[in-house]
Design a protein around this ligand. Structure first.
Ligand code: S3P
Length: 268
């Protein structure tokens, strides 16, 4: 019995050390972020993550309970990413822009880097309706699809720290813009018509351009939409020739700057 008591005592000491280390880890992450901000360094550094990943795999190699411990460590890493996200964005990030502007690619990287929930509006609507976007357009009509978009945006208002990747037509309805702004910062991704064509030419999921895959058509539709896109945006990022990582870092940087400006503005 005495031995059991001693083991329990050892275990609680272990837990205390673990907890203190985790608190320290969180604190260090916050300091790293502050340091990057002060020195204008990019927030996202995949190389660091890769190094950590290698170290982790090597350190756990051949160890008992490797799989379980790996899961614990993954949770610790996720927690670190969430701490970073919480420091940077206390709201949803709403990505808008023309088809092929890079919304899904950016939302995917952003959500994994900051352990944020990701909502691909097209995917959610297609799953709920149990049919592809092209079939929804064909059988129910565009208006029906646009109303589904509005409802989904309203649903997202109760959340924060979600990356919402909107279908290209979402900001065209004034009501949608009002709804997305209620708990989100709107980021407009832009791309030249040539870039868009290059990105979408092999895909067949966009009924609006399916039979019009030319630079002229894309340029014309883009010009028609530009004013509405720009009016909806809190920040804008041109994506041509940039990697997803560059775009995400630019996005974080611009959002943080905008936040600081708002803060300074309210303090003055
Ligand atoms: C549309 C864009 C598509 C999809 C639908 C309509 C549009 O989304 O919502 O085909 O009107 O621009 P992506 O921008 O994700 O391709």
């Amino acid at each position: 019995m005495d031995q059991l008591e001693m083991l329990r005592e050892d275990l609680s000491q272990c837990d205390e050390i673990l907890l203190n280390m985790l608190l320290l880890r969180s604190h260090i992450i916050e300091r790293i972020m502050a340091c990057k901000e002060a020195n204008k360094l990019p927030m996202l550094e995949p190389l660091q993550e890769e190094m950590l990943e290698k170290w982790l795999e090597k350190s756990l190699e051949g160890k008992r309970h490797r799989k379980e411990l790996r899961e614990v460590y993954d949770a610790i890493l996720r927690c670190g990413r969430k701490i970073q996200a919480g420091r940077v964005f206390d709201y949803n990030i709403v990505l808008i822009g023309f088809m092929g502007a890079g919304k899904s690619t950016v939302s995917s990287l952003l959500s994994s880097a900051f352990a944020m929930e990701r909502v691909e509006m097209d995917e959610v609507i297609a799953a709920r309706e149990a049919m592809s976007i092209s079939d929804i357009f064909e059988t129910r009509g565009e208006e029906y699809f646009r109303s589904a978009e509005t409802s989904l945006l309203i649903e997202m208002q109760s959340k924060k720290n979600v990356v919402i990747s909107c279908g290209g037509g979402v900001p065209l309805r004034e009501r949608n813009v009002a709804e997305m702004k209620k708990n989100g910062k709107v980021v407009l991704l832009t791309a030249k018509p040539e870039t868009v064509l290059e990105r979408v030419k092999e895909e067949h999921v966009r009924p609006i351009i399916e039979d019009h895959k030319s630079v002229e058509f894309i340029a014309e539709l883009m010009a028609d939409r530009r004013e509405k896109y720009e009016a909806a945006a809190d920040i804008m990022i041109a994506t041509d020739g940039k990697s997803a990582l560059d775009i995400c870092n630019e996005l974080v940087d611009q959002l943080m700057k905008a936040q600081t400006e708002v803060k300074n503005g309210t303090e003055n």
